[in-house]
Design a protein around this ligand. Structure first.
Ligand code: UGA
Length: 434
């Protein structure tokens, strides 16, 4: 099938590559000429494991190409995916400006029946708005062209996006006609997974509900971790015991310094906004967001208490990205901690394998070290904020000799506490026995 993917962020680029790998002819479309040039040269503007290599092979094979010419992509395609960004606005609602612009352009170029698929995370009811925008543009041209609007949300994790796109745990298809259902089924033929067919509205809600539920699991554990510290219990042991129950599941029970990234915080706020709009307050989800906002401050309070004051102290930050395997620092807990540390008069040395450039631009006062050892050299306290695998393999006997004070705060419970203490560190995790 001929497919266009409009918007080449990490969702769009990954979707393009996965669909081309599945055997379709794919055109990725973006308004950014520079980005399109990079992509056509086989270079990704962001880091995503395995994607660049696959993209290069698909470009060479001719199965994938990128363009700024949306109209041409529309006329040559059977299915058009919308993967443009839907960022948060001040009131938590999603900004649909880019989406509307792309949809209206599609409407102006429509030349026969097409399926327009929303993959971007959009509020319930957006499918109907997409339909109306398309209809308006087609009518303006004095034409009557049939089309179908489908919601097919993505569940890709950054850092594992390609794997998730090629081996999804489920494919949710929200559609209103047999024709659309048949075409979407044909598109994904060959993928061994569960298909969930619903209405467009249900599919839109499934995406928000899924991310919000995962965020709920995390905030539940983060709040419980605070109680574990007061009751001489270990949150990671508790999580393990809980997770053995298949009704609970073992994933997303890791306590830490809070969830970040471009999805969870934004989607939780968007669902809360939708709830307020509909007069159905979601009190539980409200608390989920509050716990998450507080978590990094609660963690920092432990550091402050241990040091007496943050003023004049040298703090080493290990990890800046919102999670390992990505260069994305959006809503990363590190970005909440840095301004507070600086305002309190601390000096920060930081190291992250992928996130230094972006943080360096935002916070020129943060000293970016060449590696973890350099960041830790002379530090009064170390704060592990992202559980990059290389931090777990550090030579801690060397580290302890280079730090001014052997205080180690593990914001991800990534290290073995007993082992760290055996090196001589005063080690503190999140919700673990002191
Ligand atoms: C998330 C979802 O997992 C994807 O299914 C979804 O498609 C995506 O959002 C999206 O909406 O586009 P992502 O934001 O890439 O994916 O990251 P996750 O791996 O889900 O992690 C989110 C945050 O939760 C990270 O900051 C991570 O450190 C934190 N986390 C995760 C915890 O604190 N504890 C856990 O147990 C798990």
């Amino acid at each position: 099938m001929n497919v266009s993917v409009i918007g080449t962020g990490y969702v769009g680029a990954t979707t393009s590559a996965a669909l081309a790998e599945l055997g379709h002819q794919v055109i990725g479309v973006d308004v950014d000429q520079k980005k399109v040039g990079m992509l056509n040269a086989g270079r990704l503007p962001f880091y995503e494991e395995g994607l660049e290599t696959l993209m290069q092979a698909l470009l060479k094979k001719g199965a994938l190409a990128f363009t700024t010419d949306l109209a041409r992509a529309v006329t040559g395609s059977d299915i058009l995916f919308l993967t443009v960004g839907t960022p948060s606005q001040a009131d938590g609602s999603a900004n649909l400006r880019d989406l509307e612009q792309a949809v209206r352009q599609i409407g102006r170029a429509l030349n026969g029946h097409k399926i327009i698929v929303s993959k971007s995370t959009v509020p319930v009811g957006t499918g109907e708005r997409v339909k109306a925008w398309l209809q308006e543009e087609v009518t303006k041209r004095g034409l009557s062209i049939p089309f179908d609007v489908v919601s097919n949300p993505e569940f890709l994790r950054e850092g594992k996006a390609l794997h998730d796109a090629l081996h999804p745990e489920r494919i949710v298809i929200g559609c209103e006609s047999d024709k659309a259902r048949a075409m979407m089924t044909k598109l994904y033929q060959g993928m061994q997974t569960d298909f969930c067919y619903t209405t467009v509205r249900d599919a839109e809600m499934i995406k928000y509900a899924s991310n919000s539920f995962l965020a709920t699991k995390i905030s539940f554990m983060n709040e419980l971790a605070r109680l574990c510290e007061q009751t001489d219990t270990s949150i990671s042991k508790v999580a393990h015991g809980m997770g053995l129950d298949s009704r609970i599941g073992s994933q997303f029970l890791r306590a830490g310094i809070g969830y970040g990234g471009s999805c969870f915080p934004k989607d939780v706020e968007a669902l809360l906004h939708l709830a307020r709009e509909n007069g159905v307050p979601l009190r539980l989800l409200d608390a989920v967001a509050t716990v998450n906002r507080e978590q990094s401050g609660w963690f920092l309070q432990k550091v402050r208490t241990a040091l007496g004051t943050l003023s004049g102290k040298q703090i080493a930050l290990l990890g800046l990205t919102f999670k390992p395997g990505t260069d994305d620092i959006r809503e990363a807990p590190a970005l909440k901690l840095i301004p507070v540390l600086l305002a309190a008069g601390a000096q920060i040395t930081a190291y992250d394998p992928k996130g230094m450039e972006a943080v360096g631009r935002l916070h020129p006062k943060v000293r970016c070290a060449k590696d973890a050892y350099a960041a830790l050299d002379g530090a009064d306290a170390a704060l592990l904020l992202t559980e990059w695998p290389e931090f777990l393999k550090l030579d801690f006997a060397r580290v302890i000799g280079s730090m001014r004070k052997a205080l180690f705060f593990d914001g991800r419970n990534a290290l073995d506490g007993a082992k760290m203490r055996s090196y001589g560190f005063t080690y503190d995790g999140v919700g673990e026995r002191g």
